[in-house]
Design a protein around this ligand. Sequence first.
Ligand code: SF4
Ligand code: SF4
Length: 746
Amino acid sequence: MSNFIIKILLLFILGAINISSVKADMNDPLQSRINPGIVAKLFPLAESLGAPTGTPPYIPVYGTDDNVTIDETVLAKWRIEFLQVEAREPTDEETKAKIDSLKKSQFGFNTETGLKKEIGFLFSTYETTKAKGYSGDHFDIIVGLKADGRLAGSVIVELHEPMICPTCVPQTKLTALHETFIGANINRRVNLNSGTGGGRGYDGVTGATISATLTTNGIITAAKKILRQTGLGANEGPFYLDVDSFEEHSWPDLVNWKAVVGKTFTREEIRKELDPQNEDYLKNPEKKFTSIYTGLANPASVGKNIFGGKWYSYHVSQLATGDNLLVVLGSGLYSWKKNQYNRVTLVQKDKKWKFTQDEALKTTALRIKEKPNLSQIGLLRIPKEWGFNPLEKWELEFTVDEKLTKGIFSLSYDLPKQLITGDPVALEDAGLRPIKTAFLGLVRESKLNGWQSEWAQQDYSIIFLLFLLIILTLLLIFQKKLSANKKIHSYVRLGFLTIILTWMGWIAQAQLSIVNIISYAQALIQGKGFIQFLFEPLMCIIFVYTIVSLILLGRGVFCGWLCPFGALQEILFKFGRFVKLPQINIPYWLNERLWVLKYLILMLIASTIIIGHDSSYALIEIEPFKTAITSYFDRSLPYIIYAGILLIIALFTERFFCRFMCPLGAVLSFLGRFHIFDMIPRRPECGSPCHLCESSCPVQAIAPSGKINMNECFQCLDCEVEYYNDSRCPPLIFEKKSTLQALKNN
Ligand code: SF4
Ligand code: SF4
């Protein structure tokens, strides 16, 4: 019966592996996969699309330019009217909609006269990078790139990822993660861990982080490729001003950090500095002449803190690509804004640029925490054409031409190194960032590629996992020594399983699942490559160790020692026994028949994958690993009830799920039947007449005949503890007595 099931199972697994690949329509031409909904989402101001061009292909988008300067007085009037009518500030969306409509009306797009402006490009990750997901299949994500090199957004058109499904991680969470990269400057290094929002967007996709990493990487890499292809890629040096990263700072933080620099001058100080002869200034010498501060405001960590998110976006939207934004804040007797800003001069090396009204932008109120009392707020655009280098030192000179004194005073600014970004290796080499190393200083992180970085980031976890595997290998090699002492054996086993459950399962999230096995098998049979799996270092190591242990010893090494859910059940059973809950012993004949159930479940999963039925996702939920281990029971009620029932059963009977229901256990015990070594020792007396080991086996893997079914053995070594116990194992007791008798007789 069992052999028959195994043969059928083999056919099903091979079938599932070969047939499950879905024929994608991503091979259709690019233009036929981009529908109006996608265009409207990525380019709301689009008017028409061009023909696909280039290899790989991209489609130009024509329409209203986002960078069209709007009439600010119209926007201000609208805001005041809005406040009066609605008695509240307009929301971000409402302001954006208004700005969009103003831009549209001012751009003057006219399809009849053929006035067109290229505002961006549409292309797919599929043709551009041929990127693959965790499943090893290509995915088709349509990406929008604006003409200024910033990401307009992305839309998933086709994706086949095992952990992205309505009952696993919904695709909406992946989309939400991709949206955090909208606005990212593709000309520059994009930090894949943070998105443009600066937060860890990956938190929302726990359980599918590899799919999230690979798809995000695909989007950014495709955008970089198209940017180069269109000739719009900026040829900046290795370093540039970091305008995208954001960290929250109060005003004193910004001052301490020297992101804004400033001074307060009394009348006496300014007299001494500018016109030492002028005694009139001594009338009120301690009275403030001016407090004045300046800094670059286009880096989000500065401008967004000073003006708040909404108005910061508004201010930087008025800059052309390559412009910088200067903020000047003052208070006191002196007015630096007087005479249309011509009192302010920017100085860098031997160059001087005098500001005029043309560079002045409309300002908004200060919204920074611990706001200073500075009423003269100014924003000055530094045009790209001036050739100003934000990375080099500069000075802002203020001309004073008052009744009592004349002259020039200045503020010096040296960009804090935290605001410089660029190629990570170059940044470290130049001393702008500390050199980050991994694996106890052996590897320099900045020199690693995508999957290597994952290994570096998890270096301590990898080292700890390898340590655990070495310990386990030693325990298995010296199992006779371990089994010789019942107490030591039970403490070591309980301790090890506790680490597997808490650290490997709940903390490191390294629970091998049937989903992984299906993905690995598909990659192997269909030749999809294995690079994508390297993004999960712990899983890779556990998988390789499991394969080797399967070949050598069978299923028991993984199931008995390395499965977090298996460990959870065993710990619960031990707890149940400790608090004297009744233990349910299933009769051997029934136990033997129930073993078949897990193979049937595996066949059912395989058959739904073969026919491409959606129920395969639901069937995979037979594994309660996601609920009990990776999601910490934070799921909807039916999943919690199901996992809870299995764990309650585990209190009364050892590893019910493992023995009878687990599809992963079924695969492992099927593959493990071809193992090389049988390490559990037997004696001729085992089974006849002695049944001690049989009754000690918690999972009933020992038949009444004394033979161990290695497909069901979990290598727990409980039977070996009895086997080596010369006070309990009858043949050993007899041998000991005979030896004593022989000694007596001599
Ligand atoms: S049978 Fe399944 S749940 Fe049990 S230890 Fe093996 S893999 Fe884990
Ligand atoms: S007690 Fe059972 S499961 Fe444990 S090692 Fe012995 S035969 Fe295997």
